[in-house]
Design a protein around this ligand. Structure first.
Ligand SMILES: Nc1nc2c(ncn2[C@@H]2O[C@H](COP(=O)(O)OP(=O)(O)OP(=O)(O)O)[C@@H](O)[C@H]2O)c(=O)[nH]1
Ligand SMILES: [Mg+2]
Length: 339
């Protein structure tokens, strides 16, 4: 992103810059502050005003704690737990895709969070094509966005329903990945950012967990399955070294909970197990905090950018190509990030 010819970059740090500009030749008259750096504050203000969309999908067998984990991640009831549904309702005959939106606000910043649930995934007798409705949903959102984009009169802000992130829940069997896991991730990893996680990590001992994690990692690698953050999209060495650390720690073995326990005079979210209370946010107990930090605190914007610049772009190019090269007139000035 920051490719620039060195000769054209003039450090201009306010009042201190003057002395340094003597021999520079170019721009020798740096007489005071311009205000380039205020762009950050301007962007901040805009974001505060408009808020932003974030769409997260959860996929995995019934009962793996998908709803609980999303609720734990966002500290609110953003995904309805299926408890309370009747038996017949509980396992749909086909995979359904259900999106529910909420607006969350923190520090004056509004996030419109949409949680896309996929009840019925992996719960059928024959799970052969159960990735299909999910893939269809993902592509439909790209299609919607594309239609809006190629309109002659476009909305100032195209509503973004594209799936920015797909949390894939791996069953804590202690054995290995199932055929379905491999199939799903293989089929979808080129159209959506997949983040695999090991569900209900508290049902395994620390040793079992480590062993299982190693095995899953090896199988993902052998299966040639790519997941987010993809190596090929690292933008520079710093990105690469940060992301390498994350990739080496994946898939995160997580625990979710909506119950609080008293631990050392503090109320913490946790789960009671045979070997004591597993604290959800304690990095010594499970990798929930690592997942949260990565997903929300460091990579949320990047998830959106990769969705727009890579996955959507791939879809768009393919669609326009199919259309016999019918390019929209104004395809070059689309919003960079759909904030
Ligand atoms: N041991 C353990 N149990 C969990 C965890 N997360 C959720 N559960 C429990 O597992 C059950 C199912 O949790 P849900 O969050 O409804 O699971 P889900 O994947 O959303 O299930 P469906 O919506 O039916 O597909 C509930 O009884 C939860 O309390 C976890 O991390 N560890
Ligand atoms: Mg659920």
């Amino acid at each position: 992103a920051d490719i620039h010819a060195a000769a054209h970059t003039l450090a201009h740090n306010g009042g201190q810059g003057h002395g340094g500009s003597h021999g520079a030749g170019v721009g020798s008259a740096l007489l005071g502050y311009i205000g380039i750096d205020t762009i950050i504050e301007q962007m901040r203000k805009k974001t505060m005003k408009t808020g932003f969309d974030f769409n997260i999908m959860v996929v995995g067998n019934s009962g793996l704690g998908k709803s609980t984990l999303v609720n734990t991640l966002f500290k609110s009831q953003v995904s309805r737990r299926s408890a309370g549904w009747t038996r017949d309702e509980k396992i749909p005959k086909t995979v359904e895709v259900k999106a529910v939106s909420h607006v969350l606000e923190e520090g004056g910043v509004k996030m419109k969070l949409t949680v896309i649930d996929t009840p019925g995934f992996g719960d059928q007798i024959n799970n052969e094509n159960c990735w299909e409705p999910i893939s269809k949903y993902i592509n439909e959102q790209y299609e919607k966005f594309l239609k809006e984009e190629v309109n002659i009169t476009r909305k100032k802000r195209i509503p973004d329903t594209r799936v920015h992130c797909c949390l894939y829940f791996i069953s804590p069997t202690g054995h290995s990945l199932r055929q379905l896991d491999v199939e799903f991730m293989k089929r979808l990893s080129h159209s959506v950012n997949i983040i695999p996680v090991i569900a209900k990590a508290d049902t395994m001992t620390m040793e079992e967990r480590q062993e299982f994690k190693q095995r899953v990692r090896k199988e993902l690698e052998m299966g040639g399955i790519e997941f987010y953050p993809q190596k090929e999209f690292d933008e520079d060495m710093e990105d690469k070294s940060d992301n390498d650390k994350i990739r080496e720690a994946m898939p995160f073995a997580v625990v979710g909970s909506d119950k609080e326990y008293q631990v050392n005079a503090k109320r913490v979210l946790g789960r009671k197990t045979a070997w004591g209370i597993v604290e959800v946010e304690n990095p010594n107990h499970c990798e929930f905090a690592q997942l949260r930090d990565f997903l929300i605190r460091s990579h949320l914007q990047d998830l959106k950018e990769v969705t727009h610049n890579i996955h959507y772009e791939t879809y768009r190019a393919k669609r326009l190509h199919e259309n016999g090269g019918l390019h929209p007139v104004s395809c070059n000035d689309t919003q960079e990030s759909n904030l």
